[in-house]
Design a protein around this ligand. Structure first.
Ligand code: CP
Ligand code: NVA
Length: 313
């Protein structure tokens, strides 16, 4: 049975750390991993735009000696998925040619169905509900800044409950940090994801909170994290989303309530003047391009482990 990354819940705490430690080793000596996936092929299916994810996967896959196949989800030069072929038939066909499938799409159910029927690893490269690849890179970045022991560190997400918040909720208990969400009452995270995260946090000895007041939430934060207010696919609701989020901009004043050595994180793309002021994202506390770089290293590590080229322990 192939291993998949549908959400971060597919990784145990030890496995999450294994991915991040391999990523660090690869970052320190990328040449040692050149050719590790020689003669392999990886399908990259995209139903939504991408700058970082597409390029970091394509380049990373080539650095490992494998071939990356960029496959638009639909349209005249895309897959039949976009005109109704099932994920079942797509998975069973692609798995006869390629050694892993990476997909960015709308519904998590589509990733689940691909994974259920694929004999090769399936990686979720963003759905409306989850974004595990981004958050792997984020935790790697936090460990670079604060050391490997993140216990007692508080990450505060300021913004709408969305795919990034769900993956952060799943990462905290696994990597040992506390997660506080400062979301408007009208834009909460999934109740089910929050409840599971609370249970996982209780078992792990970490904390998970939902707050509504960003100023109270950010007090003493080690990490202030935000994301675009209008996620891909929500363009029609942009006006009402923005109206609900006006009090949630990360500005200098908010950053001053965080810990003195706090960092600012954002997976990008960002809209300056909306979810974050330029002075913050372009300022000294911002680590957004480290996050972007670490996508490359973390995803290479993930593929090597899922594809069996490196051992899990
Ligand atoms: N953070 C991120 O996923 O960026 P892209 O949408 O550019 O891939
Ligand atoms: N929440 C954002 C992340 C973009 C990488 C979105 O889904 O569009």
């Amino acid at each position: 049975m192939a291993r998949h990354l549908r959400t971060l819940r597919d990784l145990s705490p030890l496995e999450l750390i294994r991915v991040l430690e391999l990523a660090r080793t690869i970052k320190g000596n990328p040449g040692a991993y050149r050719g590790k996936l020689a003669d392999k092929s990886v399908a990259l299916i995209f139903a939504k735009p991408s700058t970082r994810t597409r390029v970091s996967f394509e380049v990373g896959i080539r650095q490992l000696g494998a071939q990356a196949l960029f496959l638009p989800y639909g349209g005249d030069s895309g897959l039949h998925l976009g005109r109704g072929e099932t994920p079942h038939d797509t998975a069973k066909s692609l798995a006869r040619y390629v050694d892993a499938i990476v997909i960015r799409t709308f519904g998590r159910d589509e990733v689940d169905e691909l994974a259920e029927h694929s004999s090769v690893p399936v990686v979720n490269a963003l759905t409306d509900q989850d974004y595990p690849c981004q958050v792997l890179s984020d935790v790697m970045t936090m460990r670079e800044r604060f050391g490997d022991d993140l216990r007692g560190k508080k990450l505060v997400f300021v913004g709408p409950g969305n795919n990034v918040t769900h993956s952060l909720l799943q990462a905290g208990p696994r990597a040992g940090f506390d997660v506080v969400l400062a979301c408007p009452e009208l834009l909460p995270p999934s109740h089910q994801v929050l409840e599971v995260a609370r249970e996982e946090a209780a078992r792990a000895g970490t904390r998970v909170f939902l707050e509504h007041d960003p100023r109270r939430a950010v007090k003493d934060a080690a990490v202030v994290y935000t994301d675009t207010w209008v996620s891909m696919g929500q363009e029609r609701d942009a006006h009402s989303l923005r109206a609900k989020l006006t009090a949630y901009t990360v500005d200098d004043e908010l950053m001053q309530t965080a810990a003195r050595d706090a960092i600012f994180m954002h997976g990008l793309p960002a809209r300056r003047g909306e979810e974050v002021m330029a002075s913050v994202i372009d300022g000294p506390q911002s680590v957004v391009f480290d996050q972007a770089e670490n996508r490359l290293h973390a995803q290479k590590a993930l593929l090597l482990l899922l594809m069996g080229a490196e051992p899990w322990s």
